[in-house]
Write a protein that binds this ligand. Structure first.
Ligand SMILES: Cc1cc2nc3c(=O)[nH]c(=O)nc-3n(C[C@H](O)[C@H](O)[C@H](O)COP(=O)(O)OP(=O)(O)OC[C@H]3O[C@@H](n4cnc5c(N)ncnc54)[C@H](O)[C@@H]3O)c2cc1C
Length: 380
């Protein structure tokens, strides 16, 4: 291993590559525990070129993807509130949430399973009950909805900014606009190389989101980067009924296996998007322009299920999912290096967990007992 050339000659406890949602959370938790952190990002987060932008992210507790996520999201609620108190920023807004689809759909059956297994406060609403309570939502007659009261909306850019600011306050050295070109590791140390210098640390966390495989040349993850488009529509009518006090976050499974989701109007219009169904892309080569037929496809769904939102499309933005084949997370030690950890990808549903993934990573690097069941997230 070559010696440090960053001018400091310093051996950092942990280097973190990628300071988006996961990396900034890890940097914060590690500095909270008194460890010396150096972090790198190719841009200056929060930015709109990765996976953590677009004004809003859903947080929900009756987790349809698997009940194992429920204790993690419960901890995440606590940690987001802690971060709000520490930073003085408003990060999480409660709205309640509805998961709507056929009774036996993945979404409804999965949400019910998690709610029942973990004794969560919830109710099952018929299509008529949904329409009566939330007049802007228009389920088909055979659809039902799992209502949960804790769900809400996170402000992703503010969350990342708060994590970064709090980590820096506690002493993390975070270097922006400095892409990591490569790294190397031996049993004791890691070396991290950028165009500006090379740096040494005892351990390395790779949290590079959609770029993760550019940092794992010999051991790429079997992930697919997926282009996703977010759209904001002006309400065509009943604008008041989209207010966050009156409209919950809503996820839909329709026409078999298709998903979309929507938010209340937080000031910029009603945000709606498909979950999956996007084209495969690369983090550096993704098309950022949104075609009229992409707006039209979303409009077809909203005309059916949220018809009051059928006003002009105000804006559309491209974002990136990094999907594992089973759509679970990837949080584990590198198979060839005991001091290198990977915390990506999060398969389009990771944001809400960022601070808890920060805690998990800190436990892993400190070789502490895991507080959650991490088997779904192992290297596979
Ligand atoms: C459209 C959309 C909607 C979503 N909705 C939800 C939702 O409602 N709820 C939810 O919980 N989750 C949601 N997600 C998923 C969630 O946002 C992601 O799982 C999460 O943001 C991923 O965080 P990350 O830290 O892995 O990636 P990012 O936040 O993208 O961070 C990766 C960072 O690595 C940096 N980087 C890359 N390569 C290098 C390098 N070589 N050197 C230095 N830095 C590097 C990048 O610049 C970037 O800042 C959504 C995602 C998208 C795209």
């Amino acid at each position: 291993m070559r010696s440090a050339s960053d001018g400091s000659g310093h051996l950092h406890d942990i280097a973190v590559v990628g300071l988006g949602a996961m990396g900034s959370a890890a940097a914060l938790e590690l500095t909270r525990r008194g460890l010396g952190v150096i972090g790198f990002d190719r841009f200056t987060p929060p930015h709109n070129l990765g996976s953590s932008h677009g004004d809003s992210r859903i947080i929900r507790e009756a987790y349809f993807e698997h009940p194992v996520y429920v204790p993690m999201v419960q901890r995440a609620f606590e940690l987001w509130r802690e971060l709000e108190r520490a930073s003085g920023s408003v990060l999480l807004r409660s709205t309640g949430g509805l998961m709507i689809g056929a009774r036996d759909s993945t979404l409804v059956a999965g949400a019910l399973r998690s709610a029942q297994l973990h004794g969560l406060e919830h109710s099952l609403l018929s299509a008529d009950e949904i329409r009566a309570r939330y007049p802007v939502l228009n389920p088909q007659p055979q659809m039902v909805g799992v209502w949960e009261s804790r769900a809400g909306v996170l402000a992703p850019e503010a969350c990342v900014a708060a994590q970064i600011e709090q980590a820096q306050r506690r002493g993390a050295t975070l270097r922006f606009g400095e892409p990591v070109i490569r790294w190397e590791a031996d049993a004791q140390h890691v070396g991290v190389f950028t165009a500006q210098g090379h740096y040494r640390a005892k351990q390395l966390i790779i949290s590079a989101g959609a770029w993760v495989n550019s940092l794992l040349p010999g051991t790429p993850l079997p992930v697919r980067v997926e282009r996703q488009v977010l759209h904001w529509f002006a309400p065509a009518r009943d604008a008041d009924a989209f207010a966050p006090e009156r409209c919950p976050i809503h996820l839909w499974q329709f026409d078999g296996g298709r998903f979309f989701y929507g938010f209340p109007d937080l000031g910029a219009g009603v945000k709606l998007a498909f979950h999956h169904g996007g084209e495969t892309t690369r983090a550096d080569g993704v098309g950022r322009d949104v075609a009229p037929d992409e707006v039209a496809a979303l409009r077809d769904a909203l005309k059916r299920f949220v018809p009051a939102a059928d006003g002009p499309c105000l804006s559309s933005v491209v974002c990136l999912y990094t999907n594992a084949p089973d759509e679970h997370f990837w949080i584990d030690r590198h198979p060839a290096h005991a001091n290198v950890w990977v915390a990506s990808p999060c398969s389009g549903h990771g944001f809400k967990f960022a601070p808890v993934i920060g805690e998990i990573l800190a436990d892993l690097v400190q070789r502490r007992q895991a507080r959650f069941d991490l088997r779904l997230f192992r290297w596979r």
